[in-house]
Design a protein around this ligand. Structure first.
Ligand SMILES: *[C@@H]1O[C@H](CO)[C@@H](O)[C@H](O)[C@H]1NC(C)=O
Ligand SMILES: *[C@@H]1O[C@H](CO)[C@@H](O)[C@H](O)[C@H]1NC(C)=O
Ligand SMILES: *[C@@H]1O[C@H](CO)[C@@H](O)[C@H](O)[C@H]1NC(C)=O
Length: 399
């Protein structure tokens, strides 16, 4: 991949921050050999559900950056989204399976997520009020954002053991929510049906989050497809259906395509956290090691092949990619160093025909493109850029 050239170009095109005189470089792009094509809606960033009490490594990096409490009127936020022209925003994250939607007939008070010991991920169920959903859509429409929304795929299932959930999805609340969304004319581009830790390996008990069998899951995806067909019948909009939003496993993904059948899943989403935990002491080494970064190409290649073989009507999407899990790595995921991983990922995903790449996050955690407090790109990003540019010096390339 041309990541070396991308970086090179990036570094030497930043005006005014270089410590040394830039040498002239010539970049030749062989445009005749087309590897794959992406569209204008490829670049995507997430807004997550994590409340301020979400902490990792004695640090609580979410603040007011969640779907529930983000300052939607902040000018910098709107300007940042608008600047992408357009930015795809994926509303979602681990807690989405615990969210219900405050439609008229909910039957109990609609309150945000709070911290509760012993519950999945340590938080209570939460509720997105329609007043808040209206305000979010005001921002989305004003900024021209393309919206992907992650639905509550765990709703109505019961926990049987060790992260394994059984029973059918109860679609009634999601159905009412989609109906409300259509009635308001909010143009959701894609509805995502995710379980954070899908796993074909249920019996191994490795699931940290929730896992559901591929057969049951495939049947539920058909239910969602039928709901969308029915509710959008009178609409000119044709939203996409995305699933399953887990870590890629060949057998599980192939099975889902087989069980759900032709034309049901438009995008096969997977998550990328290939740098380890946010406190991994080797994370800097991993990010600057091209061989390490290339390992994940196997996943992209394999998913592309699985789709070709078992579901050519579908395409690959990265629904969530933070690199380092547990809210990202402090002073790495929000700094210039991280862009080596990020640019490499964007290139790699494109090459293997991925149709969207959702960066975790637009704002929130240690991996935000925007700083949680100031809503501007993290100052450490630029500081580190200058240090690295001067350390590597004239005429050198990164690797
Ligand atoms: C945010 O903006 C909306 C629409 O412009 C306005 O109605 C609302 O009062 C504002 N909210 C705050 C907290 O400023
Ligand atoms: C599904 O959930 C709704 C409330 O959202 C409830 O009224 C209904 O009884 C549930 N259906 C089943 C089959 O459990
Ligand atoms: C679609 O339009 C028909 C005819 O006006 C109406 O009977 C039906 O309820 C509408 N369906 C939805 C989902 O709005």
């Amino acid at each position: 991949m041309g990541i070396r050239f991308l970086l090179f170009f990036f570094l030497f095109s930043l005006p005014g921050i270089m410590c040394k005189e830039s040498p002239d470089v010539t970049i030749i792009v062989r445009g005749s050999a087309l590897a794959a094509e992406t569209n204008d809606e490829f670049v995507c960033a997430t807004i997550d559900w994590w409340p301020p009490q979400k902490c990792n490594y004695n640090q609580c990096p979410w603040g007011k950056a969640s779907v529930f409490n983000l300052d939607l009127n902040h000018t910098f936020l709107a300007n940042a989204i608008q600047a992408f022209n357009p930015l795809r925003i994926r509303v979602g994250g681990s807690l989405q399976d615990k969210v219900v939607y405050g439609v008229e007939n909910l039957g109990y008070p609609c309150e945000p997520i709070s911290k509760v010991a012993g519950e999945l991920f340590g938080f209570s169920k939460g509720c997105l009020s329609m007043a808040r959903w209206d305000k979010l859509n005001l921002l989305f429409q004003k900024t021209g954002a393309i919206i992907t929304f992650g639905l509550n795929a765990l709703h109505g299932r019961h926990h049987v053991r060790n992260g394994v959930w059984e029973g059918a999805w109860n679609s009634s609340n999601a159905r009412d929510f989609i109906k409300y969304t259509i009635s308001k004319g909010y143009p959701v581009d894609s509805w995502e049906f995710d379980i954070f830790y899908v796993s074909g390996n249920e019996l191994s008990g490795r699931g940290i989050g929730a896992s559901v069998g591929a057969e049951q899951y495939g049947r539920d995806v058909i239910v969602l497809r039928n709901i969308l067909s029915e509710l959008y019948k009178n609409s000119t909009l044709r939203p996409l259906l995305l699933a399953p939003g887990g870590f890629y496993e060949q057998q599980w993904y192939a099975k889902l395509l087989q069980v759900s059948g032709s034309g049901v899943v438009d995008g096969m989403t997977h998550h990328i956290y290939n740098l380890g935990g946010g406190n991994d002491p080797n994370i800097r080494k991993k990010i600057t090691d091209p061989e390490y970064l290339n390992h994940i190409a196997n996943t992209f290649r394999d998913l592309e092949l699985t789709i070709k073989r078992h579901g050519p009507w579908s395409s690959a999407w990265v629904g969530e990619a933070g690199g380092a899990y547990n809210s990202g790595s402090p002073l790495v995921s929000n700094t210039f160093l991280n862009s080596i991983w990020y640019l490499d990922q964007l290139g790699m995903a494109s090459k293997y025909n991925t149709k969207a790449y959702c960066r975790q996050t637009l704002i929130g955690g240690n991996y935000g493109l925007l700083d949680t407090e100031t809503f501007i790109p993290n100052p450490d990003y630029y500081r580190q850029c200058i240090i690295m540019a001067s350390a590597y010096g004239e005429g050198s390339s990164f690797y």
